[in-house]
Design a protein. Structure first.
Length: 392
């Protein structure tokens, strides 16, 4: 069994505060997925700085190969304590999920994580560790596809406290809400956004505390294949199409000539998308039975690069792009790659397109196409995807 993690997080700032005192960091290593939710003491600038330091230090240590237990030990040993309140300047929860399904959860004064399997809460064995006179709770357990792990800051459990609800939105209430509203087809984004809508409603749009939800949904690790351009040799066409069809995830085809090769091999027709957007300047997508997405080539790939640059630079742009209705092939491809794929293989065909040789300027060249694919792969890796490029 090989698994991946579909993750999403969202925060609400305390009312009238410009900065959130909670901070989430997510890193990916070749062997695992790691996320950190840190809650800085108080609110505003000070809390934001403390939470940012905590989450960043932990994430960077893990990214550089330090074991999770050692990273937590280092952090808790150096984390200062507020002299007035005698509590740590930042609490945190850290989850590491390995590709084989093994998971390690470490919690330091944050609300207890919620783990759901088949609609029921799973209780995992917890061990209390004493580090520098502080209690850290560690859990080691096995994850399976469709498991859900939800980390929250205490602001979520304080929602409605003293107003709509006498004692706030208790943890058992959050569990009950998840069990009642969660659907099997829901992605992490759907679940996280739903939770935050309830939290904001309970606060009556004026959160009295920073509130963060981090949802980690365990999914099967699948391999998506994107075929871009025909192979250099016509004799390799069949082999390239077989590699495309071997994908146990999504199958994507880019380019008109490539689509013709795939359609001919499958003995299927190419049908243009019926609902063509008049607002897009990109050529329309098409349909081939057995293929998940068929787009035009270079122009669409160029737009994909632009969209991914925005996603890497801004979580707000990423959230917006993943939530809007896709109107062209570039948005469809980005949404599919980010939301429905874990491992991605690009088959980069090295045949020259005769149509490009008649264009007066050089960007539409073979080298330019390969560079576009490399840039897409680079940005997808920055967003946590496992990507490889195979030239053919």
């Amino acid at each position: 069994m090989r698994v991946a993690v579909d993750a999403y997080y969202q925060s609400l700032n305390k009312y009238s505060e410009e900065l959130c005192g909670d901070r989430v960091a997510i890193v990916h290593t070749p062997q695992s997925f790691v996320c950190v939710l840190a809650d800085g003491l108080g609110s505003g600038v000070k809390a934001n700085i403390l939470a940012t330091l905590t989450s960043t230090i932990l994430a960077e240590m893990l990214k550089n190969g330090i074991e999770l237990h050692e990273a937590v030990y280092t952090l808790t040993s150096t984390l200062p304590t507020c002299k007035e309140r005698q509590v740590a300047y930042s609490t945190f929860s850290t989850l590491q999920v390995f590709n084989n399904g093994d998971a390690v959860l470490i919690e330091f004064d944050n609300p207890k994580a919620i783990i759901l399997r088949n609609g029921r809460e799973v209780e995992v064995v917890k061990h209390t560790i004493h580090i520098q006179n502080r209690l850290v709770v560690e859990s080691r357990f096995k994850c399976y596809p469709n498991d859900l792990i939800v980390l929250v800051s205490d602001g979520v459990l304080h929602a409605g406290l003293g107003t709509i609800l006498n004692f706030g939105w208790k943890r058992k209430d959050v569990v009950g809400h998840l069990r009642m509203t969660m659907r099997k087809e829901d992605k992490a984004r759907d679940i996280g956004e739903n939770l935050m809508i309830v939290v904001n409603d309970l606060y009556q749009n004026q959160p009295m505390d920073d509130s963060t939800v981090l949802v980690a949904r365990i999914v099967d690790r699948t391999r998506t294949v994107v075929m871009v351009g025909p192979p250099k040799s016509v004799n390799d066409d069949q082999g390239a199409v077989m590699k495309l069809l071997s994908a146990d995830g999504k199958k994507i085809v880019c380019g008109g000539t490539t689509a013709q090769i795939v359609a001919r091999f499958l003995k299927e027709d190419i049908r243009l998308e019926e609902n063509i957007s008049l607002n897009s300047d990109l050529p329309p997508t098409a349909n081939i039975k057995g293929i998940d997405l068929v787009t035009e080539g270079v122009l669409t790939l160029g737009r994909v690069v632009d969209l991914l640059v925005d996603c890497v630079s801004s979580k707000q742009q990423l959230d917006h792009l993943c939530s809007i209705e896709a109107k062209d092939g570039a948005i469809k491809m980005v949404q599919m790659l980010l939301s429905e794929c874990s491992e991605i293989v690009f088959l980069a065909g090295l045949a020259d397109n005769p149509a490009h040789s008649q264009v007066a300027y050089s960007p539409l060249s073979l080298r330019f196409k390969v560079r576009l694919i490399e840039r897409i792969a680079e940005h997808l890796r920055a967003l946590g995807k496992v990507v490889s490029v195979v030239q053919c």
